[in-house]
Design a protein around this ligand. Structure first.
Ligand code: SIN
Length: 523
């Protein structure tokens, strides 16, 4: 596969013979699981039991790298969802009365089982999501860590004693679980986005109905199997799968009066719809929606550190994360050097099937994702952007592959400046001043993550405070950590996941006032 390399007016020079290293897809890359019983076909998990969809229907799940069938899954519908909600509502009656310590032990057991089975979970992630196996192992550990973190939070979450204004009154608060939670999760982190929601929900004493993504249901079902083995009581965790009935199931989860909370990770458009639907029963909501992360490199930055950070942030999961750098702004004095060093790193990528040796970057999830990437590249080129590397599909590998791409001389007029690409395209924008770059960075409807690189301490504080985002990475391209609050501002949504704040999303703060306590001591 020849490197498509077109240089603009810059002084950049690459040898035309240099190629992206491409690992061919093997025709069959089906992994062998150490424990094959983790792979659940044609069943969902409701009320502690494995059952087929009520309709008996199934859907196909395909490997995004090879297109091969992985297996079939239960096509759950509205009735299955209602039965999962009923199971969760019944289980809530007793689960809400368990102590934090009891719930901590359950989550810890589930965590231990995830660690014990982490290779198999990683294999399922790579198989159905496509990310390289090394990244999938990282996700498997990251996902388990949410259970560890929230097992530690469960016994340590409690209310306040408040000095009352009214003489003789005593005021205190207790934390109660909100109730049945509807959790809707995406395919880009098939395990971690589930554990990031289920961990705090269970720690708080809630019960859950989790709608797994149609692209990556097998990882979700393996987690349910481990929940079963961990002894999570029946009905506390329910996992339903669907491909075609997603909108109908989303509607049930957002309108059924028994569901008290909905947590969603996905696009801003779908988030708005779910929020509208939830208004009929005024559910508590957490919305982790789209991003369009600015990534700013000031000329006082350590360029090599900034390049490494940009590579990690932009190309992690082939650009398919909500916190991926989408707009890389580089100050004029170091722009050419940064472009050269950045492109050199991209040249070293090995693209291919996630199980192939040495592969660093896998496919996109489906053809629609490739089309969006392609449209962004064409749009950027038509508006003066210059391709430094990449810019083509990779049909030899499969229909979901696109070359990791670097575009220089990007401008705010390009679609890539205002829309999340969710793919392996790095657009590099030159800028001159702090004010100019902060204005460009904040000129977005969304505000999830933002990054910048600088060694000037005063600038570090100025820029961190000026960026309109929920999360800031300074001199790093990776900010994900179960201990850190994850979430956005503006149309990136609201609510925080992970950290000490994550559990509060699944709790009610109940205030209790006890009056008439002011009498003098009795003699
Ligand atoms: C996401 O893309 O929403 C999650 C990214 C992360 O947790 O690192």
């Amino acid at each position: 596969m020849a490197l498509l390399q077109r240089l603009g007016a810059s002084s950049l020079r690459f040898s035309p013979s240099v190629s992206l290293i491409v690992a061919r897809s093997a025709s069959t890359m089906a992994p062998k699981l150490r424990d094959p019983s983790l792979l659940k076909h044609d069943v969902c998990y409701i009320n502690g039991e494995w059952k087929p969809a009520g309709s008996g229907k199934t859907f196909n799940v395909n490997d995004p790298s090879s297109g091969e069938l992985i297996g079939t899954c239960a096509e759950c519908d509205v009735e299955d969802t209602k039965s999962a909600i009923r199971a969760a509502a019944d289980a809530f009656k007793t689960f809400r009365t368990t102590t934090g310590r009891e719930r901590a032990k359950l989550l810890r057991k589930w965590y231990d089982l995830m660690v014990e089975n982490s290779e198999d979970i990683a294999k399922l992630i790579t198989w159905e999501n496509g990310k390289p196996f090394a990244d999938a192992k990282g996700e498997s550990a990251y996902a388990a860590n949410f259970f560890e973190w929230f097992s530690e939070e469960a016994p340590r979450s409690y209310g306040d004693t408040i000095p009352a204004t009214v003489p003789g009154n005593r005021v205190w608060t207790i934390k109660e679980p909100v109730g049945v939670c509807g959790l809707i999760t995406p395919w880009n982190f098939p395990a971690a986005m589930i554990t990031r929601k289920v961990g705090p929900a269970l720690a708080a004493g809630c019960t859950v109905v989790c709608k797994a993504p149609g692209e990556t249901p097998f990882t979700a079902l393996a987690l349910a199997e481990l929940a079963h083995r961990a002894g999570i009581p029946k009905g506390v965790v329910n996992v339903i799968t669907t491909l075609s009935n997603t909108p109908a199931i989303g509607e049930v989860l957002t309108t059924d009066p028994a569901v008290k909370k909905v947590s969603f990770t996905g696009s801003t458009g779908v988030g708005k719809l779910l929020m509208k639907q939830s208004s009929s029963t005024l559910k508590k909501l957490s919305m982790e929606l789209g991003g369009n992360a600015p990534f700013i490199v000031f000329d006082d930055a350590d360029i090599d550190v900034a390049v490494a950070g940009a590579i990690a942030s932009k190309f992690r999961s082939s650009g398919q994360t909500c916190v991926c750098a989408n707009r890389i702004y580089v100050q004029a004095g170091i722009y050419d050097e940064f472009v050269r060093k950045f492109a050199e790193k991209v040249q070293g990528f090995k693209v291919g099937h996630g199980f192939a040796d040495g592969v660093t970057h896998g496919p996109l999830i489906h053809d629609r994702a490739v089309s969006k990437v392609e449209a962004h590249v064409k749009d950027a080129e038509s508006k003066g952007g210059k391709l430094v590397i990449g810019g083509q599909r990779m049909p030899d590998l499969g229909s979901n592959f696109y070359q990791p791409t670097v575009i220089r001389d990007a401008t705010p007029a390009m679609a890539i400046a205002s829309e999340e690409t969710f793919g392996p395209v790095a657009a590099l924008f030159p800028f001159k001043t702090e004010k100019e770059v902060v204005d460009m960075a904040n000129n977005a409807e969304v505000g999830l993550a933002g990054y910048f690189f600088s060694r000037d301490l005063q600038r570090v504080h100025r820029i961190a405070e000026a960026l309109e985002v929920g999360m800031v990475g300074i001199n790093t391209g990776i900010i994900s950590d179960p201990a850190a609050p994850f979430g956005g501002v503006k149309e990136s949504g609201f609510g925080r996941e992970g950290s000490k704040y994550g559990i509060g999303e699944y709790q009610i703060t109940k205030m209790i006032t006890y009056g008439g306590m002011g009498q003098p001591l009795q003699s």
